[in-house]
Design a protein around this ligand. Sequence first.
Ligand SMILES: Nc1ncnc2c1ncn2[C@@H]1O[C@H](COP(=O)(O)OP(=O)(O)OP(=O)(O)O)[C@@H](O)[C@H]1O
Length: 260
Amino acid sequence: MSFLTVDRLNQVYTDVYTNEHTVAIDDVSFTIPAGEFVSLIGPSGCGKTTVLNIVAGFVEATGGAVQLEGVPVAGPGPDRGVVFQDFALFPWKTVLANVAFGLKMNGVGKAERQATAQEMIDLVGLSGFERKFPHELSGGMRQRAAVARVLATEPSIMLMDEPFASVDAQTRRVLQQEVLRIWDLRRTTVLFVTHDVDEAVFMSDRVIVLSTRPSQVQADIRIPIERPRSWTDMHTNEDFVSIRRELMGMLGVEGAEVAP
Ligand SMILES: Nc1ncnc2c1ncn2[C@@H]1O[C@H](COP(=O)(O)OP(=O)(O)OP(=O)(O)O)[C@@H](O)[C@H]1O
C-alpha cells in the first residue's frame, strides 16, 4: 500500500461573481511510498499549489481522492505538516514559542513541549535564537524556524510549498542543503512544490512534472544521485546535469546553464 495516494484529482474553480469555470487540474494521479522526497514541478499556474492544498485538506477537490496511510483526506490534520513560502510564524511569539505552538495545540505538556521545541531548534541550527522574535531574524532563519515548528509535531508527511522562494539565492542553497541534512536524519515523507528545476533535482528522490493547465502528470522521473548531496558536486554530476537538461526541455526552458 502506498503511503500517499493521489487518485485522479480534478479541480475546477468557479468565480463567485462571473460564475466562470477554470479547470486548474484535469486528472492528476501519483503515489508516494513512505520516506520518499518527491517534488512537483510544472509551468506557472499549472496547479502545483492546488494539488498540495488538496493533500493538505485546505481545498476540497471537485473530483478524485487523496489517501494518506489508507485514510481518505477530508480536511486539514496534524498528520500533515505544511511549510509555506512566507514562513507563517506568529510575529508576537518568540522562536521557542512558535516552534512549541503545534505541540501545545496537540495537548503536549509544557515541559515536554519546551524540550522538544529546543531539540528542533538545535536541529535546524537556531540555537541561541530561542528568545528572538521573527522580525529579529533573517529570512533564512525564519524559514528554519518554520521547518522546526512543523518537524516538532512529527507529521507523517511534510508538505512544502516553495519554501525557499522568499530568500536570496545564496541562502536558498544553504537552506536546501540544511533541509536535506535534517531530512536524512528523519526521512519524513515530503511533497515539495517548486518552480526551480535545479532545486527539485537536487532535493528529490523523484520529480513529478505536471503539464500546462488543465494539468495531468507529464513525467515522473527518479533521481539516482547518491546522498548526502552537496551543491559543490552538482555541476559535475552527470545525472544532475542530464536530468536537469531533460526537465528544462520539458518545461521549454532549454539552454539554461547550471549556476556554479
Ligand atoms: N481559489 C482560486 N480561485 C480561482 N482560481 C484559482 C484559485 N486558486 C488557483 N486558481 C487558478 O488555478 C490555476 C492553478 O493555480 P495554482 O496556484 O495551483 O498553480 P501553480 O502551479 O501553483 O502556480 P504558480 O506556479 O504560479 O505558483 C491558476 O490558473 C489559478 O489562477
